[in-house]
Ligand binder design. Structure first.
Ligand code: PAF
Length: 292
C-alpha cells in the first residue's frame, strides 16, 4: 500500500519492548501496514535501500538498531562492532523513517534468558561452518523482533544471502505472518559490497577487499565463456584472492542457492559465495549465476 497518511516530522525513538508493542498494536488497529528493517546500525546505502523499499510500500516503517550479542562468537568483533547511533538517527530522519526501535541488551535478553530458535541444515553450511553461533543468534533475535514489531513486510539484503534463506525458512516453518522481501546487494562505485565492517579497513586493505568483487566478476566471465567445472572456477577465485596481501580465505562456495549443497558442475541456478578476512574485517560477497 502506498503511504497516504500524514507523516510526523521527527522519528519516534523507542527502547522499551512494551512501548514498541503498544505502538504496533495501535498501527494495526488503524489498519496501517508496518514495514520493518532490522539492522545492527552503522547504516550505509545498503540499509537505506531496504528502508526506501519499505517506505515505498508500507504505511509506516520501523527500523531496529540492535547489536545482537547472541550472533557473535566468543572471539568475534562484538565489542568493537561500530556503533554510531547519533549519525544513524540523522540518516533515518532524513529518509523519513517513522519509528526507531533500539532496545538495550538487558531489555532483549534479561537475566535468566534461555530460549533460542534454530533453523537446521542450511544454517550449517558456509558462514554457519566458521561461525557456529551466528544463525542461531540471528533467528532468535529476528523472531523476537518480529513478535515485538509485528510487521507485515520485513526487508533483508541479498548480500547476506544465506541469512535471508535461513530467515525465509524460519518464517515458513513457524508459520509466521510476515512477508520477507529480498532486496539486491548494493555495491560501492568500485564494486566493493557495502558493509558496516568496511569502515574497519585501512586504505591499503580496502584495495585488497576489491579482489572479492573482482574475483566474482572474473568467475562470471569464465562461466559465460563456457567453464562449467566448479573446481576450475573456485581455483581461479582462490588465485585472484591469493595474489593480495592480508587476505585470508574462509570459504569459496559454489553451491545450490537454496540448499547450499556444493556443486561439482555449474548447471542450473548457482550461488558463488565468498567469505574472506581482510585485515581486521571478515567480508562476504556473492553472485548468482542464473540458469543458462
Ligand atoms: O543483518 C543484520 O544486520 C543482522 O544479522 C540482523 C538481521 C539485524 C539480526 O541481528
Amino acid at each position: 500500500m502506498i503511504r497516504t497518511e500524514n507523516r510526523q516530522e521527527t522519528i519516534t525513538r523507542v527502547s522499551s519492548i512494551a512501548e514498541m508493542k503498544g505502538i504496533s498494536a495501535s498501527l494495526l488497529k488503524q489498519n496501517l501496514t508496518i514495514g520493518f528493517v532490522p539492522t545492527m546500525g552503522c547504516l550505509h546505502e545498503g540499509h537505506l535501500k531496504l528502508i526506501k523499499r519499505s517506505l515505498e510500500s508500507c504505511d509506516r516503517t520501523v527500523v531496529s538498531i540492535f547489536v545482537n550479542p547472541t550472533q557473535f562468537g566468543p572471539n568475534e568483533d562484538l565489542d568493537s562492532y561500530p556503533r554510531e547511533l547519533d549519525s544513524d538517527i540523522g540518516k533515518l530522519e532524513a529518509a523519513g523513517v517513522d519509528i526507531l526501535f533500539h532496545p538495550t541488551v538487558e531489555e532483549m535478553y534479561p537475566a535468566g534468558y534461555k530460549t533460542y530458535v534454530e533453523v537446521q541444515n542450511i544454517s550449517e553450511h558456509l558462514c554457519g561452518k566458521s561461525r557456529p553461533d551466528l544463525f542461531k543468534g540471528v533467528t532468535t533475535v529476528v523472531l523476537k523482533l518480529f513478535n515485538i514489531v509485528r510487521p507485515h513486510n520485513a526487508f533483508f539484503g541479498e548480500k547476506d544471502w544465506q541469512q535471508l534463506a535461513v530467515i525465509e525458512a524460519l518464517v515458513k516453518d513457524l508459520n509466521l505472518d510476515v512477508a520477507i522481501i529480498r532486496v539486491p546487494l548494493v555495491r560501492e562505485s568500485d564494486g566493493l559490497a557495502m558493509s558496516s565492517r568496511n569502515r574497519y579497513l585501512s586504505s591499503q586493505e580496502r584495495q585488497t577487499a576489491l579482489s572479492l568483487s573482482q574475483s566474482l566478476k572474473e568467475a562470471q566471465d569464465n562461466i559465460r565463456r563456457g567453464t562449467t567445472s566448479a573446481k576450475a572456477i573456485s581455483d581461479s577465485i582462490r588465485q585472484c584472492l591469493a595474489e593480495k596481501e592480508a587476505c585470508e580465505i574462509d570459504y569459496i562456495s559454489i553451491c545450490d542457492p537454496e540448499s547450499f549443497k556444493e556443486k561439482e558442475q555449474i548447471r542450473g541456478r548457482t550461488l558463488i559465495a565468498l567469505a574472506v578476512k581482510v585485515g581486521p574485517s571478515r567480508l562476504i560477497d556473492n553472485c548468482i549465476i542464473e540458469e543458462f
